[in-house]
Design a protein around this ligand. Structure first.
Ligand code: KE4
Length: 430
């Protein structure tokens, strides 16, 4: 049994001064039936908690740490940038370099604006789409999560789904009246709304591969149909690639599936662990953003020198040959290992992965294709899975409605060790 006295004490102190003791709800581990650990340090694919317990980390800061923790090249880049100063509020070359890298890597992005989080990126992209089209309504998909801006808190995934809250108090009805949410993987549902109301719809925003209801794969032809439908009604298609961007490849899901959205939102990986978000796309649309155009968006720390230095270093590491092939092999190995163990111990569990992001849906027999289906998962059993893995030194996502992430720092020995631990946990669940 691991000792967690210091984490427990820290959590009690934290709850006195921070709501729920955490700075983001999912970290509280409420849905998996335990208190959170407090991390002391990370190195590669490992994290160590304040009680000295070590874990193989599959949260990877919810995606950013695809390079592993404390990557020497990222730390060196930040240390070097630090010598010149932490923030100026005046243009620096690093932010141009990162913008150039993003434009080179992401097929649909001619221009990009850097911000400080995925939420800032998506809320800005929606405002831009509304300003560009002169329309007010947006369409999102049940179970997709695009950050916590008011317009998106309708049938959202991630922490909203994890906590089982319908949306959120404090979001005025007139705001969400402009947000329509339809089931993912159901082109007829989307077509019905677009044919009925298309001329009032500014944008469709989607995770091309949802990860915030757990990993759900688009069915054959679905993304193409969404692209066709939005293009035929002059609706701005926004791919929210905050998770899939630079996760599925340098070109993200849009390169993987060969679909060209009008705007793309990004975050996480492009900051190398420091706060960076971004939105970009067609020049014609992006030039509507102030000061080039009339759509306003701003940010004191946008393009911050330390964060852009970390992001540049991360993307350079990821650009090396074989990186994504190796990530995919390890993601597939972990997924197939879970599938074998579930079968061996008679546990109903549907494992879905794409590349290095995966979810084991407990209590599921077949494909999980949408939010309604994901919600029927056995979240209690997922909680037992999480706690069993944690007690044996593996840190997976503390929610059934999230994705586990493999980094380039996970070795084949780490994958093997993870599956050995998983065997003991699946056995205990049988
Ligand atoms: P941030 O504002 O948290 O940087 O990004 C919001 C966001 C936007 N779009 C997608 C597809 C996202 O997944 C996110 C945030 N992801 C969650 C994890 N699923 C962040 C973890 C958390 O909320 O603590």
């Amino acid at each position: 049994m691991m000792h967690k006295e210091i984490s427990a004490r820290y959590f009690e102190e934290a709850k006195k001064v921070i709501p729920g003791g955490v700075n983001s709800p999912v970290r509280a581990c409420q849905s998996v039936g335990c208190d959170p650990i407090f991390v002391e340090q990370g190195s590669g694919c490992y994290i160590e908690d304040v009680d000295g317990n070590s874990y193989i980390d599959y949260v990877c800061s919810w995606g950013p740490m695809i390079t592993g923790h404390c990557h020497p090249e990222i730390n060196a880049a930040v240390a070097a940038a630090l010598e010149s100063g932490t923030s100026f509020g005046i243009p620096t070359w690093h932010e141009v370099e990162l913008a150039q890298l993003i434009c080179e890597c992401v097929p649909s992005v001619d221009m990009v604006r850097l911000v400080n989080s995925g939420t800032e990126a998506t809320m800005s992209a929606i405002r831009l789409a509304r300003g560009y089209t002169g329309r007010d309504k947006i369409i999102k998909f049940d179970g997709c999560y695009h950050g916590h801006a008011d317009s998106f808190l309708v049938k959202a995934g991630s922490g909203v789904a994890t906590l089982g809250i319908p949306g959120s108090p404090g979001v005025p009805e007139e705001i969400v009246a402009n947000t329509i949410s339809v089931p993912f993987n159901d082109i007829d549902a989307l077509r019905d709304v677009v044919q009925r109301d298309g001329e009032n719809i500014a944008a469709v925003i989607m995770e091309p591969v949802p990860a915030n209801m757990g990993v759900v794969l688009p069915v054959e032809g679905y993304l193409e149909a969404v692209r066709e439908l939005t293009a035929s009604h002059d609706i701005v298609l926004i791919f929210d690639e905050v998770i899939t961007g630079f996760r599925l490849g340098l070109g993200g899901a849009q390169e993987f599936f060969g679909i060209t959205p009008d705007l793309t939102t990004m975050g996480k990986i492009i900051g190398g662990g420091l706060p960076v978000g971004a939105y970009g796309g067609k020049r014609e649309i992006m030039e509507q953003i102030a000061p080039a155009g009339p759509v306003y968006q701003a940010g004191t720390l946008s393009g911050n020198p330390l964060a852009t230095a970390a992001g540049i270093a991360a993307l350079e590491i990821l650009s090396r040959p074989g990186t994504y092939e190796s990530l995919e092999q390890k993601g597939n190995a972990l997924a197939s290992g879970y599938i074998e163990l579930a079968k061996k111990y008679g546990i109903e569990c549907q494992v879905q992965n794409i590349g290095s992001m995966l979810t084991a849906f407990f209590g599921q027999k077949g494909d999980v294709k949408n939010f309604a289906s994901a919600l029927t998962s056995n979240t209690d059993q997922y909680g037992r899975f999480f706690r069993g893995m944690l007690e044996n030194g593996v840190y997976v996502a503390p929610s059934q409605f999230e994705a586990a992430m493999v980094s380039i720092a996970h070795s084949w020995d780490d994958i093997d060790e993870t599956l050995e631990v998983a065997e003991s946990v699946f056995k205990s669940l049988a």
